[in-house]
Ligand binder design. Structure first.
Ligand code: GLU
Ligand code: MG
Length: 474
């Protein structure tokens, strides 16, 4: 069900706008000086400032340390047409954003700047885009995530999020080559960890040196596949972290003569790479997913939030599965969450409820959006989920009955499938008043234009061709 309900009250909208105002130039200059001193001590020569486009590709502009103050004061020039880039670097257009004209200013978030452990001399910071006159660029995905987080905060709510990263590691080779694996150990097998012992240790070290709190690392199901999860943090921070984790894994892999794929599908018919988003909702230090009268201890607010997410999932796939290849991953019995249902610890449900063990539930309870993959722009993914959740919370929605077991084994038609292709998801997105309002017209339409262009590009392609075209892009 998609309602036309207004997601944000006037007060929340005001708070959201205030949260993305560019700080005064003198303050930015002072922060840049402090950051430059800190980075110089760590032998950093240059800062890579990234943003993630609507196709899910991380793009970058870099500045030498000597130029950091100028970058913080005036931003780094970037073209608005990046908002309509496709994953293969083709460029489409959209009604409000596109074309060769214009200039945006990319500002590094220096609070998040960190030396890159596997790229000596380099540091990284996520960027945000503003216009030349300092107003927020309506197409900026990180600002969108910040706005939705601020809208929740205006209601007294905070969120913790974590994005799991799955990847396939292969021997280096040309982009046209099928993957050849550096380990042939079984799924979840110690064999794989032993084969790649130095590599995995270096991944862990690099993540740790960058201040990331790794929860666990393990071999996954598909050939050459691994997963790492890190501690939850605020939603924008979690999206930043997912960018940093992936690029750290890529950098460590390159140093070991390996390459990586975070693409939804690496081998046709195989198990894919997910980009599951975990979320918990908090009020005044209390986890709203625990101790309430609802299913498995959900409070009414948490239940409303999750009901909102579940209602909006078909449309949310446009934000959480950027690549048309994502629909080759999102199939039954692949633990990808291909069904629009929820269930306690159910790995086939798109929305998996996690309560944690007895004794730790007050801190551990959370929900996992399983259907998303790593071709997603993580800022759009978290922002979209929060917007959908707030809409469900605002009108006090209830969850439908839980589904236990394998939906594929249920009577046909009992559990609805999520969209099975980009066209179906796009139709749901175009009908979503909630996402339209939350994203704002320019971003909402730019995302749709990119999805439509990619869907058309691969419409006639068979699975092999689609997988080959996307495998080494993410
Ligand atoms: N690789 C699976 C996916 O595509 C997920 C496996 C798991 O449950 O971690 O989402
Ligand atoms: Mg996994």
């Amino acid at each position: 069900m998609t309602t036309g309900a207004t997601v944000h009250t006037a007060e929340a909208t005001k708070a959201a706008e205030a949260s993305v105002a560019l700080p005064p130039r003198a303050e930015r200059a002072a922060r840049a000086e402090a950051a430059a001193d800190r980075l110089r001590t760590a032998a950093v020569d240059a800062l890579a400032v990234t943003w993630v486009d609507n196709a899910g590709i991380t793009r970058v502009k870099a500045v030498p340390l000597g130029g950091l103050r100028h970058a913080a004061e005036w931003g780094v020039g970037t073209a608005p047409c990046f908002d309509v880039f496709l994953a293969d670097d083709a460029i489409t257009t959209s009604p409000l954003i596109g074309g060769p004209t214009g200039d945006l200013r990319l500002y590094p978030d220096l609070d998040r700047a960190v030396p890159l452990a596997a790229q000596p001399g380099w540091a990284w910071a996520p960027g945000e885009r503003y216009t030349q006159d300092g107003t927020p660029h309506p197409g900026c995905q990180r600002l969108f995530a910040r706005r939705t987080t601020a809208a929740a905060a205006a209601l007294g709510l905070s969120l913790k999020a974590g994005i799991e990263v799955e990847w396939v590691v292969a021997l280096d080779g040309p982009p046209t080559e099928e993957p050849r694996y550096p380990t042939h150990g079984p799924a979840y097998g110690m064999h794989r960890l032993t084969d790649l012992s130095d590599y995995l240790r270096d991944v862990l070290r690099a993540l740790g040196e960058q201040g990331l709190a790794v929860l666990q690392i393990h071999p996954e199901y598909a050939p050459g596949q691994f997963e790492v999860s890190v501690a939850p943090e605020g939603p924008v921070g979690a999206a930043d972290t997912s960018v940093l984790v992936r690029h750290t894994i890529r950098a460590v892999s390159a140093r070991h003569g390996l390459r990586v794929s975070f693409a939804p599908v690496v081998e046709t018919d195989g198990v894919g790479n997910g980009g599951h988003v975990h979320l918990s909702l908090w009020r005044e230090g209390r986890n709203l997913g625990h101790g309430g009268p609802g299913p498995h201890g959900l409070t009414p607010e948490a239940e409303g939030f999750l009901a909102g997410v579940l209602d909006e999932l078909p449309a949310l796939l446009v934000l959480g599965c950027s690549s048309p290849a994502g629909y080759l991953r999102l199939v039954p019995q692949h633990w990808a969450g291909a069904y629009r249902c929820w269930g306690l610890e159910n790995r086939e449900a798109a929305l998996r409820l996690v309560t944690g063990s007895t004794g730790e539930r007050a801190s551990a309870a959370n929900a996992e959006v399983k259907c998303f993959d790593a071709s997603a722009n993580p800022y759009l993914a978290v922002g979209g989920v929060i917007a959908a959740g707030l809409a469900g919370l605002a009108d006090g929605r209830r969850l439908p009955p839980e589904f236990t077991g394998d939906p594929a084994a249920a009577e046909p038609g009992t559990v609805p499938r999520l969209p099975t292709g980009p066209g179906e998801a796009l139709a749901a997105y175009e009908a979503s008043a909630v996402l339209r309002e939350a994203l704002g017209e320019p971003l909402y339409r730019a995302v749709a234009a990119v999805r439509r262009a990619e869907a058309e590009r691969y419409e006639a392609a068979g699975p092999e061709e689609l997988v080959a075209a996307t495998r080494w892009r993410y």
